[in-house]
Design a protein around this ligand. Structure first.
Ligand SMILES: Nc1ncnc2c1ncn2[C@@H]1O[C@H](COP(=O)(O)OP(=O)(O)OP(=O)(O)O)[C@@H](O)[C@H]1O
Length: 338
């Protein structure tokens, strides 16, 4: 899609949005509630007409100022957030809906249901299925017409954590096996990192950053991206423009930096705890298995408390009130901000 703009009344919901998905590529639209993810998906599907811009699917313009191809003629599959299965049709009829007349339709339906491990439920009615089973049927139905592009809106929301993890894995494998390009909407950064080849992080109807999960996680363009993708620790620092000194060590960056008093953002896993006499003391420890979360209480007014995940064996050797110092494993910061 190119230069897409869309307003509802006076409110601009999509602002000049460009997005491409390569063959077989999985793109995740990630962002907070209301940033325009679902609307972007609906524009791709033809369920919403943009005020300007164009949409092309597999080399064919399906929407611009003069063209408007109907949703059913766009060769897309759409997996709705609530799955939207037809309640009065069986599982097999749901999957076969729209391909009934085609040669081999029954065989295709059976093969798809087997692929999503729902073969033995072919004659079941949707209301008798669990949420996870309904999701798999809806996925099979979305794939039945062999779409050029598959659109999935929050495909794992409303499922419990264990099932979500299992379905993410199986959906990812299936999409990669079939090789369909897909755009997935989610507000869950971990889910986006798991599923996506590239993530488009959105805010206020714009893409803030587009890149691989590792690029967004390790080289965020701004504080919003850094915090949205994972936990961040903020260390106060003094910068001369090239080198920034903090309690956890010196940071240098090849990008221009602000000078004077700054904040250095780092990922918690880039800090290690040393028993060196430092400006923090040990506070509460929260055992969570192989690691323990340790509260470090800043002993200086401008040093906020932080929490680090420390191997439990090391954490058990720490004493309440002991002075310690975190050290950075890397000299490259995530970001330096004023
Ligand atoms: N048909 C509509 N009429 C008016 N406003 C709408 C309409 N559809 C969406 N909006 C508004 O557009 C904005 C973006 O909505 P959208 O559903 O695309 O966001 P989202 O990022 O998918 O959010 P969520 O994760 O909560 O679903 C929101 O402020 C929403 O209230």
């Amino acid at each position: 899609m190119r230069s897409i703009r869309l307003s509802f009344g006076d409110t601009a919901v999509i602002n000049d949005l460009d997005l491409d998905a390569g063959p077989g590529e999985i793109i995740c639209l990630l962002g907070p509630s209301g940033c325009g993810k679902t609307t972007t998906l609906r524009v791709l599907a033809g369920l919403e007409r943009p005020d300007s811009g164009s949409v092309e699917i597999d080399g064919q313009v399906v929407c611009d100022q003069t063209v408007e191809v109907a949703p059913e003629s766009r060769h897309i599959g759409y997996l709705f957030q609530d799955y939207a299965l037809f309640p009065h049709l069986t599982v097999a009829q749901n999957v076969g809906f729209g391909i009934e007349g085609q040669a081999n339709a029954a065989h295709e339906v059976r093969a798809l249901l087997d692929r999503v491990q729902m073969g033995r439920f072919a004659q079941a009615m949707p209301h008798t299925l669990s949420g996870g089973q309904q999701q798999r049927v809806a996925l099979a139905r979305a794939l039945a017409r062999k779409p050029k592009l598959l659109l999935l809106d929050e495909p794992f929301s409303g499922l419990d954590t264990a099932l979500k993890i299992q379905l993410r894995e199986s959906t990812h494998s299936l999409l990669k096996e079939i090789g369909t390009s897909a755009v997935i909407v989610t507000h869950d950064a971990e889910e986006a990192m798991f599923m996506a080849d590239r993530i488009a992080l959105m805010r206020d109807g714009r893409i803030v950053q587009l890149g691989t999960p590792a690029e967004l996680y390790n080289q965020p363009v701004d504080e919003f991206t850094a915090r949205f993708l994972g936990e961040v620790i903020e260390l106060p620092g003094q910068s001369n423009g090239t080198l920034t000194a903090t309690v956890a060590g010196d940071f240098s960056s090849n990008k221009p930096q602000p000078t004077g008093s700054v904040s250095v953002l780092v990922r918690p896993e880039d800090l290690e705890l040393t028993s060196e006499d430092g400006p923090y003391v040990i506070g509460h420890r929260h055992f969570i298995g192989s690691h323990t979360l340790v509260d470090l209480l800043g002993q200086d007014a401008n040093l906020p408390d932080i929490q680090l995940s420390v191997p439990t064996a090391q954490a058990n050797r720490l004493q309440w009130g002991q002075r310690v110092c975190p050290k950075s494993r890397r000299h490259q910061p995530l970001l330096i901000i004023k």
